[in-house]
Ligand binder design. Structure first.
Ligand SMILES: Cc1cc2nc3c(=O)[nH]c(=O)nc-3n(C[C@H](O)[C@H](O)[C@H](O)COP(=O)(O)OP(=O)(O)OC[C@H]3O[C@@H](n4cnc5c(N)ncnc54)[C@H](O)[C@@H]3O)c2cc1C
Length: 190
């Protein structure tokens, strides 16, 4: 397994020192992970160096979300595939770097679309919409991104995998055993 390169030349560091906001901070370096293993390796490198990772998708945030001194991890270059569209059940499985409009182009043939209509839809990616909980001018009708996420897989700060979704009681019991039903000091379920 090759170690993902962290580009530290001034061209990359300056190009990634800002997003669509007014903020500017030159990062330690920039990486373009190709898969989950690369991200785990970058997390380990960041831990060793005492640096934060800054996940970056389209970089269109306006509050400096993807600006910082750590390692900018641009997932839009390689992790940008639509993995599956299930038109019958009306869901799609995507990597985080898929641009919102490109997903909708692919969904069009089924008469479906991913509805949060963020103004930057031809640039912003699903990962960035997820991070910002983006929405659009018809949010009263369509809601925001969180209303359309069924489940998500992520990699946590310790490098372990997280699978976030709605769990049934049976699944929770399987995962946590009886602890799920134990009462806390405040007498509420934990
Ligand atoms: C002109 C203009 C108009 C805009 N209009 C709207 C609008 O109508 N509605 C709206 O909601 N926003 C709007 N925005 C803000 C922005 O475009 C959206 O929030 C957009 O969805 C951000 O997506 P992005 O791909 O650019 O994300 P980025 O800016 O790259 O990232 C957004 C956040 O997600 C995190 N992130 C990205 N990828 C991952 C990942 N794989 N794992 C974990 N975290 C990740 C980043 O760290 C960051 O915190 C606008 C911005 C501009 C400049």
């Amino acid at each position: 397994m090759a170690t993902p390169e962290i580009l530290r030349d001034s061209l990359h560091r300056i190009a990634y020192s800002t997003d669509a906001s007014a903020y500017r901070e030159v990062p330690y370096g920039v990486a373009y992970p190709e898969d989950e293993d690369d991200i785990r390796t970058l997390i380990a490198i960041g831990r060793d160096l005492g640096l934060d990772l800054i996940p970056r998708a389209g970089g269109t945030s306006i509050a400096g979300q993807v600006v910082g001194k750590g390692i900018v991890v641009d997932i839009s270059r390689h992790m940008n595939r639509i993995l599956e569209i299930n038109s019958g059940e009306r869901w799609a499985r995507v990597q985080p770097g898929v641009v919102r409009d490109e997903l909708n182009l692919a969904c069009r043939q089924y008469g479906l679309f991913f509805s949060p209509e963020t103004s930057t839809s031809n640039r912003c990616c699903i990962g960035g919409m997820f991070g910002n909980n983006s929405c659009g001018s018809h949010s009263l009708i369509y809601g925001s991104t969180r209303h359309h996420v069924i489940e998500a897989k992520g990699i946590l700060a310790d490098g372990s995998s997280g699978h976030f979704k709605e769990y049934t009681v049976e699944e929770l019991e399987h995962r946590f055993g009886n602890r799920f039903w134990e009462k806390s000091d405040s007498d509420s379920l934990i």
